[in-house]
Design a protein around this ligand. Structure first.
Ligand SMILES: [Zn+2]
Length: 214
């Protein structure tokens, strides 16, 4: 998506991170190197914890990002759990800044799916889809229950100009890669461009049609 924005508008797109509970956008931001987001450590303390035990994890390990505000007045936040899964690095950036960097957010605690006992983040599926030839970055995961078992269907759009006769073959390829990289068996449906619903703001990646457990 970044490459598409950059080529269509002719600018360099950088990622910015924030959440309303902390201050809104601007908690961390990428520089021109586009290599992780510089966290503004003069205002925030960043930690990554194991979401299960709550213990801080060593640098470089993936876990839940936790933020403490250091200068915020009136409504400070102490060890606020963001639910965002990421990693931190203190390796200095090529731009010369030496703030801690927040690496790519790879998912959220609360959108983790458990499919037949396997923990699955939509971002893992996305990582398989992005960069595969003939696929556009528009997809949804549809989760349904069949008897007592959960099943996942990946609905993904073909790139404009792809011959519909190739959809089935592309789908087989995706299914194979998801199985080998994420460890779950999925049904894959490659669809015509424009058929996956678009959302305002954050993309809706999961349609969970399983009956709600009481
Ligand atoms: Zn930098």
């Amino acid at each position: 998506m970044r490459a598409e924005i950059e080529s269509r508008i002719g600018l360099k797109a950088v990622d910015i991170y924030g959440l309303s509970e902390i201050m809104g956008p601007g908690v961390a931001c990428e520089c021109e190197c586009q290599d992780g987001l510089h966290g503004w450590e003069d205002h925030f303390l960043f930690e990554v914890i194991d979401p299960e035990s709550g213990r801080p994890l060593p640098e470089g390990e993936a876990g839940e990002l936790v933020i403490t505000t250091l200068t915020k007045q009136a409504l400070p936040m102490i060890r606020y759990r963001t639910r965002d899964i990421t990693r931190l690095t203190t390796v200095p950036c090529d731009c010369g800044r030496n703030h801690v960097r927040i690496l790519r957010i790879t998912g959220r605690n609360d959108d983790m799916l458990i499919i037949r006992g396997v923990n699955v983040y939509p971002s893992q599926i996305e990582a398989v889809l992005v960069g595969r030839p003939q696929l556009a970055p528009h997809y949804q995961l549809v989760v349904e229950r069949e008897g007592i078992l959960d099943k996942v269907r990946i609905e993904v759009e073909a790139l404009p100009g792809t011959d519909p006769a190739q959809f089935a073959e592309v789908a087989r390829d995706v299914r194979h890669h998801v199985k080998s990289m994420v460890g779950i068996t999925t049904e894959v449906k490659v669809q015509a461009p424009g058929t996956v619903p678009r959302s305002q703001g954050k993309a809706v990646r999961v349609r969970d049609l399983r009956p709600k457990e009481i």
